[in-house]
Write a protein that binds this ligand. Structure first.
Ligand code: ADQ
Length: 480
């Protein structure tokens, strides 16, 4: 069997007990996938260095080798805080109003992708499968091909692909997308993101798409498909049944004192729709005076990307808004919103999910959203809670038995909370069973199998041994 080389911005391979923190969606999913492979996971350590040397730190645990490099401060500013999180993240989440275009960001992004390529290439053996992840590393495949790598190489995008008329607002967008054609397989979470990608290739690059999923641009071909990511279902159900989850369950139930809980768990990010969610809940409290005091919202939202200004602003807004709603509606013995800014372990989260009457998961745009799936997996089959889910999350295309809402509409959110509170047990069970079946079948193992087996099928001989030009994202201005 080939080895799997996973390359992502950050590496979060499994660690001995006590060394791990709360992990993001990508980290959780990939740890599970790599456990079964003799894999290497390469990426940035999260640390800074005065001078980039290409030194790699290796660690081995549970059959996974992690290989990490440190980056210079300027790299982190321009590549990570800059092009990845101030340019691509907002644009790909349809927020061109927040996207910042700066040539130095694009230059830093190219430089770090080159540094990744230089450093990881010697670790790759001829039969290895290479699997690159996410928007931080879009041009890495082309950088590796330029250095002569002929391996099967796949790319998976964990966030949405924006509609073409938004994508064209990115300076040198053609260069970015052309560089993606160096991969053999490109994966998206949903057909919707895939359709937008195909549309872009046809409209902007004059390419054409075969019915079998192959996309052609000039003499280049790449297979593109939708592979909806799942959770590690077995691990999560075990977490939900653990003693620690039971303790967390009891803790929340005890403090709820007979009141019902609406739970939300998200990284603190403007794409997650937290302000709109608070406003929808506020609307519910206004419209249903009789329900006040009978329920509360528990919103868990650990801060992320603190070095990016828009994240400071959203944090301030949420502090202010939750305080305002609490001030407006609280009684001496009841507070409507418990707003918590810390991360929790998987067992604690699973216990909190199970103790909650409903989950309110309402991103304005989300590639998939794993919290929705975790909420389903954690439920008591005999008395499951209700999932209220944004129709703009990738997960909505699979979890059709959730109460699907428009996250921008306060009225829809309010109505959905009311419906969930009053939903009869039989309907809750019927909806939960159908969602749980999907979360169980299409788990992270299924996701990885689907992607990796398509990568293994790539016919290298047919592809030939072409090198790949790397189009620039930040060409120097022409000087007279
Ligand atoms: P994220 O934007 O990070 O992921 P999501 O898919 O919801 O979003 O994953 C979040 C993960 O972090 C979940 O596993 C959750 O349990 C965990 N988490 C969140 N808050 C936590 C807390 N307070 N304590 C502990 N754990 C917490 C990106 C994309 C998503 C896509 C994933 C995977 O934005 O759309 O689903 O990658 O591809």
């Amino acid at each position: 069997m080939s080895r799997l080389i996973v390359i992502s911005n950050r590496v979060a391979a499994p660690k001995p007990q006590g060394e791990g923190g709360a992990q993001g969606g990508l980290a959780v999913a990939l740890s599970a996938a790599l456990r079964e492979y003799r894999g290497v996971w390469f990426g940035w350590s999260g640390n800074k260095t005065d001078q980039f040397t290409g030194h790699i730190d290796f660690e081995r645990y549970e059959g996974v080798t992690s290989a990490t490099i440190d980056l210079e401060e300027q790299d982190v500013d321009e590549y990570y805080n800059g092009y990845a999180n101030r340019t691509l993240w907002p644009l790909f989440h349809y927020r061109i109003d927040l996207a910042e275009y700066d040539r130095s960001f694009a230059g830093g992004y190219e430089r770090v992708n080159e540094r990744f390529a230089e450093t990881v290439k010697p670790l790759i053996e001829p039969d290895d499968l290479v699997w690159v992840h996410d928007y931080h590393l879009i041009p890495l495949g082309a950088q590796l091909r330029e250095r002569g790598l002929q391996n099967r190489m796949g790319f998976f995008l964990h966030i949405p692909w924006p509609p073409s008329r938004l994508m064209v607002s990115l300076p040198f967008h053609e260069g970015l997308v052309l560089s993606m054609l160096a991969y053999d397989v490109i994966g998206f979470h949903t057909e919707e993101w895939l359709d937008s990608f195909r549309n872009y290739v046809q409209r902007e690059l004059g390419g054409h798409c075969d019915a079998d999923g192959t996309i052609h641009v000039g003499d280049r071909s790449v297979y593109a498909a939708a592979y909806p990511i799942g959770i590690d279902y077995k691990e999560f159900v075990a977490a939900a049944n653990s003693a620690a989850a039971r303790t967390a369950f009891d803790r929340l139930k005890k403090s709820a004192d007979g009141r019902r809980t609406i739970i939300g768990v998200d990284r603190l990010d403007y794409s997650k729709g937290l302000e709109e969610r608070f406003l929808g809940y506020r609307r519910f409290l206004e419209e249903h005076e009789d329900c006040r005091g009978q329920l509360f919202m528990l919103q868990i939202a650990p801060p992320s990307r603190g070095e990016v200004h828009t994240y400071e602003i959203i944090r301030e807004h949420l502090d202010e808004l939750s305080g305002r709603i609490n001030g407006e509606f609280a009684e001496v013995d009841w507070v409507p919103i418990r707003y918590v800014n810390q991360g929790y372990g998987r067992e604690d989260l699973a216990g909190f999910y199970r103790a909650s009457t409903m989950a309110l998961i309402t991103p304005l745009r989300d590639g998939m959203n794993l919290v929705a799936k975790e909420y389903v997996a954690a439920q008591d089959p005999d008395d499951p809670g209700v999932l209220i889910l944004s129709r703009f999350a990738g997960a909505a295309l699979q979890l059709k038995d959730a109460l699907l809402v428009n996250p921008y509409s306060k009225e829809e959110l309010s109505d959905a909370i009311h419906t969930a509170l009053n939903m009869p047990l039989e309907e809750r069970i019927r909806r939960w069973r159908s969602m749980n079946e999907c979360v169980k079948q299409e788990d992270v193992v299924w996701w990885r199998h689907s992607f990796v087996s398509d990568l293994e099928k790539v016919d290298i001989a047919h592809r030939g041994t072409r090198r790949h030009d790397v189009p620039s994202l930040a060409p120097q201005p022409i000087r007279p």
